[in-house]
Design a protein around this ligand. Structure first.
Ligand code: ADP
Ligand code: ZN
Length: 740
């Protein structure tokens, strides 16, 4: 009997699973997903069984030494892992950390003697001499690690003897489960806990009667859960009751004894989702995300695997929760770019969710108010079943949205960042005792600094970007974090430096000057460095301890503030002209999301969008809250320009400290691909959008082909003729979603 084992090692770059022989004594214990110990060179290492090879003709195969845990990973997760490595062009070993709990090292079994005295051992020794020997050894010491036992006896025979002891109830196998210990509520850092008001913890909540549209959606999801799964796009404006549909769907999965995964696009959104789910399902909900302490993540991982927890909530990485049986995957705010992992393995959680759903016959729900063009396209073609919630649930009306043409303001002699109407509305909203949200997707005080005399711009010496001025008097690079003192005067000519443009700090300063009595809060990555800090700000504002919240995109997403009746978008154009074919879609989504923050309850909300481009479709359709209108324009443009979903894209990035080397490597790569890869369009090479970061030069090639298969075939062929020069790194990325 042979097995393929994927070595779990960061030291050794093992490119594929290795084949080992399984000794007779271990054959009963081995399965796909088992955690095993195998020899590698002179060491013994841990690995995961990924499959059984058919026929291999290799002499002197080494043997599996030990099986640590037979059902460690569900076989479907192994299949998913191998698929990811194939699809996203990375090594299986690079995918392995996604599916393993963070703490595994040194976690081994020990054996404890629970049998009687000498007489019993003697009887045993009569039947099986080796079992008797082991028993004597164990009985004397009480508890012994399996590793220690294996130093004394050969693995295979030892396993037989131990099984004998176990079967007779004389010894038990103990596993030190990592990360035991006290769990804070919600699996969040202590102190952040739930946002619920007093007395709202634990299962509770008013009985909500679903409306017609919700019931219709739930019915289809329910019947898919009872059959072989299915994929859905739940398209509903903010406040239309999507989360309520998720909750009912999860309940159906749980009834069938299957687990559920709920993904949100960023940490900041975990607490509210956890609160809603805990209200419905109590402590069967656990949290998984990258910033959780390893000990806690490991504990939650085991809870899921052992069936103690049935619902995993988290960011991207929660997608790999090891449920023995999975019924449902929910991807909330499906359109978010954070579902794409921006480091190896460069997977897209949405694609992986569909794959996992297919492997486990589970239901996948993409939920959002503004589906990505790709997802809506799939829905139009019937590959996702479209479920629509067209109205907000009882009691709230959609906000009134008004576009303010800043060119007009300028022409009539008003040069400030705030239009007269926005100022007026802020004033009257505050006078009514209601809350204001001001949105600007740029942090810092002034994003541009320039010398008025000689044109000098302070730039980062490591990155190809200018520095941003911050209110604390420092200049910072937003790519590498470099910090410099403000030079007072131009270092080149001694002239005076001008601060141009506006960031959230400047918004704060200007609002403070206009409305000195208003209580302000600011939420951007300078103030919300940790999820906990964001939770505090959110809580303060939600409790009415502040009148105005100023923030970047964090405040645009999924936040539910009852008291907000005015939302102001300071500059809607920021993301409109980025060199990215998705720039328009991003702007539209962001505006729709921000607008959804206004008047979520009985009071009517108002949204003011300031722009210099009021004729842009992204702005017009957002102001009309017309998703389909926007989609029609966008999909037509994508078809015309041959962009996804009509083609598959891949990006090859070349990075290195010497510009000349990077450029020539990029050209050489372009050449081999153009020669070898027919059916692929090779665009570039060209410098990346940010041509240098942290002192490294970045060039890119973009590949376009009708399908993934063609990209893959072309790359395999082309890269076979190409060696990445020393000093340059090659990054392969399938389906890039952000600029680079
Ligand atoms: P979404 O996820 O689409 O933003 P939610 O599910 O969070 O919407 O619903 C918004 C609010 O309305 C929540 O407070 C929720 O409890 C409530 N709600 C949802 N469905 C109903 C319903 N059928 N009847 C009454 N209230 C509802
Ligand atoms: Zn920098």
């Amino acid at each position: 009997m042979l097995v393929n084992v994927l070595i779990n090692s960061t030291l050794q770059r093992v490119t594929r699973p290795l084949t080992y022989e399984v000794p007779l004594s271990l054959q009963r214990e081995i399965a796909v997903g088992a955690r095993v110990v195998v020899p590698l060179g002179k060491r013994e290492v841990e690995g995961i069984v990924t499959g059984f090879p058919g026929h291999v003709r290799i002499d002197n195969l080494k043997s599996v030494r030990e099986v640590l845990d037979k059902g460690f990973l569900p076989p479907s997760l192994i299949e998913l892992l191998l698929w990811i490595s194939e699809y996203y062009l990375c090594l299986p070993g690079e995918v392995l950390p996604l599916v393993l709990p963070p703490l595994l090292k040194g976690r081994r079994y020990s054996w404890r003697w629970v049998g009687g005295g000498e007489e019993e051992i003697e009887g045993l020794a009569f039947i099986s001499p080796l079992a008797g020997e082991v028993a004597t050894y164990l009985a004397r010491r009480g508890e012994v690690s399996e590793r220690q036992l294996r130093r004394r006896w050969p693995a295979g025979e030892l396993a037989t003897a131990l099984r004998e002891l176990e079967d007779r109830g004389l010894a038990v196998k103990l596993r030190a489960v990592a990360g035991k210990g006290q769990e804070p509520p919600c699996g969040l850092p202590e102190g952040t806990a739930c946002f619920g008001k007093e007395g709202e913890k634990g299962p509770r909540g008013p009985i909500i009667v679903l409306n017609q549209a919700q019931r219709a959606a739930l019915q289809l999801i329910q019947s898919a859960l009872e059959r072989e799964g299915g994929n859905f796009l739940l398209h509903g404006i903010t406040g239309s009751g999507k989360t309520e549909v998720y909750i009912r769907s999860i309940a159906v999965a749980l009834e069938r004894n299957k687990g559920a995964i709920v993904l949100v696009p960023e940490h900041a959104l975990i607490p509210q989702m956890v609160e809603r789910l805990r209200c419905a399902f109590g402590d069967r909900v656990v949290v998984i995300h990258g910033e959780l302490a390893p000990r806690e993540r490991t504990a939650n991982w085991f809870k899921i695997r052992q069936g103690q927890a049935m619902i995993a909530v988290g960011t991207r990485s929660a997608l790999f929760a090891p449920f023995p049986k999975l019924g449902l995957i929910v991807i909330d705010e499906e359109h978010a770019t954070t579902y794409k992992h921006e480091a190896t393995p460069r997977y897209d959680a949405r694609e992986v969710a569909l794959k996992r759903g297919q492997l486990e016959k589970a239901v996948v729900i993409f939920g959002t108010a503004t589906p990505s063009t790709e997802a809506y396209f799939l829905a139009c073609r019937g590959q996702l079943q479209l479920l629509e919630l067209k109205e907000r649930v009882a009691g709230s009306t959609p906000p009134r949205i008004k576009v303010i043409d800043m060119r007009e303001e300028f022409r009539s002699g008003h040069f400030g960042h705030f239009s007269r109407e926005l100022q007026r509305e802020i004033g009257s909203t505050l006078a009514r005792g209601e809350q204001v949200l001001l949105f600007l997707n740029r942090r810092g005080y002034a994003p541009h600094v320039v010398c008025r005399y000689c044109g000098y711009v302070p730039a980062c010496h490591q990155c190809a970007v200018g520095l941003t001025y911050h209110a604390d008097g420092k200049l910072r690079c937003h790519y590498c974090g470099l910090e410099q003192a403000w030079p007072d005067t131009c270092p080149r000519c001694g002239g005076s430096l001008a601060l141009l443009g506006i960031g959230t700090q400047r918004v704060e300063a200007e609002v403070r000057a206009c409305f000195p009595q208003a209580r302000l809060l600011r939420a951007d990555s300078d103030t919300t460095g940790s999820p906990r800090r964001w939770a505090e700000i959110y809580h303060q504002f939600a409790c009415g301890q502040a009148d105005i919240l100023i923030g970047t995109q964090t405040i645009a997403k999924g936040m539910d503030f009852e008291g907000v009746t005015l939302v102001g978008v300071i500059n809607a154009d920021l993301s409109l002209f980025l060199p990215d074919f998705r720039a328009r879609e991003r702007t539209f989504q962001l505006l729709m999301q921000v607008a959804g923050r206004a008047g979520r309850r009985a009071r009517e909300g108002k949204v003011l969008i300031q722009t210099f481009n009021p004729e842009d479709p992204a702005i017009i359709f957002a102001a009309q809250q017309d998703y389909k209108g926007f989609y029609r324009t966008e999909i037509a443009a994508r078809r015309l320009l041959r962009y996804p979903p009509f083609v598959k894209l891949a990006r090859l990035g070349l990075i290195g400290p010497y510009e000349g080397e990077v450029i020539s490597a990029a050209h050489a790569l372009a050449k081999v691909l153009q020669e070898a890869a027919t059916g692929i369009e090779v665009l570039g090479p060209a410098p990346a959008a940010i041509a240098r970061i942290r002192g490294e030069y970045r060039w890119q090639l973009t590949l376009k082909a009708p399908s993934w298969q063609q990209i893959k075939r072309g790359l395999d062929k082309g890269l076979a003729h190409y060696r990445v020069p020393a000093g340059v790194r090659l990054i392969k990325e399938i389906g890039p979603v952000t600029m680079w």
